[in-house]
Design a protein around this ligand. Structure first.
Ligand SMILES: [Zn+2]
Length: 501
């Protein structure tokens, strides 16, 4: 007997058989019923979710001997030819391999002629986003005035790469990824029909690995059915698909928690020696960390059902913030290793870094520490008034005096604070300030000292000098402050900087 791939053998033949895309099949059926089928459709969505299958069903529905019909018979010549890709009226073009303008020119020539057998000419262009700009433009001309008997169906996994002028001429349908449950149901259905025995763990692994693609799940089942002699077991799936056992991920997470760097490296070594794919392994790690994260926040998802108790136990040992950081680092690792010529080294370095991570400093903790630091700093400022403080405030201080005794304020504004020893403040006047100095010493010193106390909050004894030379002070309050901040920042954020940088 001729071997037929499961994906082909079980390909849905009617709209009702298409799984998980009811929002699309229902609309298409209604369009057929009300004779409102569009001339151009975009079928967007991930791989293996039924785009081309639905396109073929639409082609059959339009061209069936009973058509246009919501339920193509599957028995007439037109239906049979379309199923076996032999229809003269249904053209399937792979955008990825026919990127050229020539193919589209041919298509344009061809479009003009009426269909040969059926009622409609249906052009299914797969991966339409791969077409060249010239080909797109040629296609656009056809789309501007589509002949009444022509239907275009453009399938794409990357609709954002299809030029807007094409998109705007099409009715768009977005196909969705299938849930684990939907895929599981489908695999159970096919396994029963094919008399393939498969245990529950294996079933779950396949459904999860398929990542929403029914075609991928069916291909995996196909592959495993030929590999396993009697029943498909979890170990078979792990071997054939190059997956790692969940145990490995639990062990790795434990090693992260207990900061056992060498055990992390050992796990990588074992994984590679056992013939597992390193990239698959890292993806598995990400999934594990994500699962822990979901369990941590109490999410109740079907994919967690498996191993739930183990996740719950392990996640108790993980701080929520740490977990999020590890997950972030892992996601970056996945990108980095794809770019690297030394992926193993990248993985090792990352695991080492994770196993050496300091625990997350909580934001509340940071705020507490900042508060303490600030109050200490304020205290310090009260106690130790510095010359720099006075210098910085001098002009403002003299303005205050000016409000009371105008000439005195002006004179003092011309002076500069020179030094501060204990509570002895010396200010210096420019060389021509002898008169000011003497006058103040004789009549205003007490007033100024009072004002100093009011302004700076300290009892200060004032000494006056007349000098030309300016003393150099290169350590300003600003420097000090910056220094403080830098120091505090380094102290506070140490772990973060090292770990995520
Ligand atoms: Zn038919």
């Amino acid at each position: 007997m001729k071997y037929i791939a499961l994906t082909r053998k079980y390909r849905p033949q009617t709209f009702d058989e298409v799984i998980g895309q009811e929002h699309i099949t229902k609309t298409l059926k209604n369009a057929i019923k009300s004779k409102r089928v569009a001339h151009a459709y975009i079928f967007a969505g991930p791989k293996g979710v039924g785009k081309t299958t639905t396109a073929r069903i639409l082609a059959k529905a339009m061209n069936c001997v009973n058509g246009p019909t919501q339920t193509p018979c599957g028995k007439c010549a037109s239906c049979i030819e379309i199923v076996s890709s032999e229809s003269v009226d249904v053209y399937e073009i792979d955008g990825a391999s026919n990127r050229g303008i020539d193919e589209i020119r041919n298509l344009r020539e061809n479009v003009k002629y009426a269909s040969i057998r059926g009622k409609f000419k249906v052009y299914i262009i797969d991966e339409v986003h791969m077409l060249t700009t010239e080909a797109f433009n040629a296609l656009l001309k056809t789309l501007e005035e589509p002949p009444a008997h022509v239907i275009f169906i453009f399938a794409t996994t990357e609709p954002h790469r299809v030029i807007p002028t094409i998109l705007s001429r099409c009715q768009r349908f977005d196909f969705r990824k299938l849930s684990i449950q939907e895929i599981t149901n489908r695999i159970i259905y096919i396994s029963k029909a094919e008399k393939i025995k498969i245990d529950e763990d294996a079933l779950f692994l396949i459904s999860k690995k398929a990542d929403g693609s029914i075609r991928d799940a069916e291909s995996m089942l196909d592959q495993l059915a030929s590999y396993s002699e009697k029943a498909i077991k979890k170990a078979d799936v792990v071997t054939v698909l190059g997956l790692c056992e969940a145990d490995v991920y639990f062990e790795l997470a434990d090693a992260f928690i207990s900061k056992e760097s060498s055990r992390c490296l050992d796990i990588i070594d074992r994984t590679i020696n056992n013939g597992y794919d390193l990239h698959e392994f890292v993806i598995g790690c990400i999934e594990h960390m994500r699962a822990l994260q979901l369990v941590k926040i109490g999410a109740d998802l079907e994919e967690l059902r498996y191993n739930l108790q183990r996740y719950k136990t392990q996640v108790q040992k993980f701080d929520a913030d740490d977990l999020l950081r590890v997950l972030n680092i892992m996601c970056r690792l996945e990108v980095e290793m794809k770019r690297s010529t030394q992926p193993r080294t990248v993985v090792e370095a990352t695991f080492l870094r994770i196993s050496k991570l300091e625990s997350s400093v909580r934001l509340s903790e940071i705020f507490d520490r900042l508060d303490r630091l600030e109050s200490e700093f304020t205290k310090k400022k009260d106690k130790y008034l510095t010359l720099e403080d006075i210098t910085e405030e001098w002009l403002s201080f003299t303005n205050k005096i000016k409000e009371k005794i105008s000439y005195l304020g002006s004179w003092l504004a011309g002076a500069k604070p020179l030094k501060l020893e204990e509570n002895r403040l010396t200010i210096t006047f420019p060389c021509e300030g002898d008169f000011h100095k003497e006058y103040i010493e004789s009549s205003n010193r007490a007033v100024i000292q009072e004002e100093l106390k009011a302004y700076f909050g300290r009892e200060l004894e004032l000494f006056l000098k007349v000098e030309k030379k300016k003393e150099k002070s290169d350590y300003t309050k600003k420097d000090l402050l910056e220094d403080q901040i830098v120091k505090s920042a380094v102290t506070l954020l140490d772990g973060e900087i090292i770990s995520t940088g």
